[in-house]
Each structure stands twice: as C-alpha cells, then as structure tokens.
Design a protein around this ligand. Structure first.
Ligand code: ADP
Ligand code: ADP
Length: 237
C-alpha cells in the first residue's frame, strides 16, 4: 500500500531529520509513530504528502512515487491521502457540514454560496460521515461553537469525505484531555478497521499508542529504532 524507501530529509539549516527510513504499511494497518520531540515524526509524516520536500528516497503509494511528481500530478495524488491535524485546522466561521464538504472538495472554498450548490449525493455522504462520528445533530453549528473533541470528530469526518486510501494523522489528541483522547483514538481506529484504511498516527503518548495501535514504529534522531507489536515495545524506543 505505502512503501517508503530510504527516505531522507536534510533541512536547509543542515539538520538531518530523517536518515534512510524504509517502511512498508500494508492495507488496513494502523501504525503509531512514537519517539522523543525532534525525532523526526512530523518530518516523516509531512514528507509522505510533501508538505515537506524529501531530500532523497521514494514514497510509493500503490505504484505512484509521490516524491517524483510535479505540482499538478501531486495535487491530484494528494487527494488519495487524508490528513488529520493536532489543532484540527477547521475553518471556524464555516459550519460543521461545510467543513466536512471542504474535505470532499480538497480545498477550503472561499464562497459559502459555492457550498450551497454542492451535489446532494455528496451532502448525503457528508451526513452519513457526521452520523458515524456522532455529530449529526451539530451539522449546522459553526465550527467555533464546538469542544475540542467535537472538532477532532469533524477533522476525522472531513478527512474521510475525500475517500482517502491512506490517513496521515499528526498528534490527533495532543490538545485533548485523557478521556477525550481515548474516545477519539477509539473512534479513529474503529473507522480505519471498518474501512480497511491504513493510517500513520504521530502519537507522542506511548500508553495511548500501546492501547490503540496495531504496530509501533519508534524513531530516534531520524532513524527507526523500534518496529513491532505494541506489547513488544521496550525502552529501545
Ligand atoms: P518530531 O515531530 O519527532 O518532534 P520533527 O520532525 O518536528 O520531529 O523534527 C525533527 C528534526 O528536524 C528536529 O531536530 C527539528 O528541529 C528539525 N526540523 C523540523 N522542521 C524543521 C524545519 N522546517 N527547518 C529546519 N529544521 C527542522
Ligand atoms: P512539532 O514537533 O509539534 O511539529 P515543532 O515546535 O518541532 O513542533 O515545530 C513547529 C514548526 O517549526 C514546524 O512547522 C516545524 O517544521 C518548524 N521547525 C521545527 N524545528 C525547526 C528548526 N530547527 N528550524 C526551523 N523550523 C523548525
């Protein structure tokens, strides 16, 4: 499904954040990335969809090497990858429904009237997603009226609206309390399992990773220092 081959990133500052990372993520697998701050977790996630440009190596999604694509092709291929962010990255002045539909569009529409003309079939799908994440009754609320946990549920529904083949999830619970964090991780992993959707989750909270991830990859100073089942995790990572 996703195959990273000798992926490296050296920033302009001279900092090498990733050293030759080779990793396979099969269909349906939920992989947690752990490691201390500065280990390269965000860099790894961002190199996959090229929010950060890899310095070398391959990023194969199916048989397309994302690392090699020009701008136009990249824009099209990025639709295959759903992103979920720590700070939700919702458009506060839009409604929950509009935020979810913006995932379907692949960008945030500037004009609300544009959304009102959106195809009914997509609106139905968006309602189904909101139902799945438990927010059907909040569809018409503005995003800024929601709690953190509710916002992240919108973030999940928005990522799913584009029918991704892979989810990249960057610290999804870092802004949430422990109980809400567990609820969000449970929802996220249940949905991935239902859909056979692979996910890479940047998760600094090791107990949370052990509870919910199927596989854990530990990074340290840009290298993979652990790769295995959650219960095999030792001090190595
Ligand atoms: P993590 O997500 O594990 O905390 P990061 O990927 O954010 O790690 O960072 C890995 C290393 O790369 C760190 O040393 C960090 O300072 C450096 N780094 C991250 N982003 C940049 C950047 N835009 N420019 C220069 N160095 C960066
Ligand atoms: P996180 O680890 O949660 O991503 P950071 O504080 O490491 O947060 O990074 C915040 C932002 O600053 C990111 O966009 C990252 O790419 C950038 N950044 C991190 N380290 C450096 C650095 N050494 N030089 C330049 N930019 C950096």
């Amino acid at each position: 499904m996703l195959h990273l081959e000798q992926l490296s990133k050296t920033y302009k500052t001279g900092e090498t954040a990733l050293h030759d990372v080779t990793l396979d993520v099969p269909k349906g697998q939920i992989l947690g990335l752990i490691g201390p701050s500065g280990a390269g977790k965000s860099t790894l996630i961002r190199c996959i969809n090229r929010l950060v440009e890899p310095s070398s190596g391959k990023v194969l999604l199916g048989d397309v090497d994302l690392a090699k694509l020009g701008k136009a092709d990249l824009r099209r291929q990025r639709r295959r990858i759903g992103m979920i962010f720590q700070e939700y990255a919702l458009v506060e002045r839009l409604t929950v429904m509009e935020n979810v539909l913006s995932g379907r569009l692949g960008y945030v529409p500037f004009w609300r009237s544009f959304l009102r003309k959106y195809p009914p079939a997509d609106i139905q799908r968006a309602y189904a997603l909101l139902d799945r994440v438990g927010l059907i009754d909040h569809a018409d609320k503005r995003a800024d009226a929601l709690s953190g946990g509710q916002r992240q549920r919108v973030g999940i529904a928005r990522a799913l609206a584009q029918d991704p083949e892979l989810l990249l999830v960057d610290e999804p619970t870092a802004s949430l309390d422990p109980k809400t964090s567990r609820q969000i991780m449970r929802l996220l992993t249940e949905i991935c399992t239902e859909r056979g959707l692979p996910a890479i989750v940047n998760i600094h909270d090791v107990p949370l990773a052990q509870q919910f991830m199927q596989r854990i990859v530990g990074l340290r100073a840009g290298r993979v220092v652990f790769d295995g089942a959650p219960d095999a995790l030792t001090e190595a990572a």
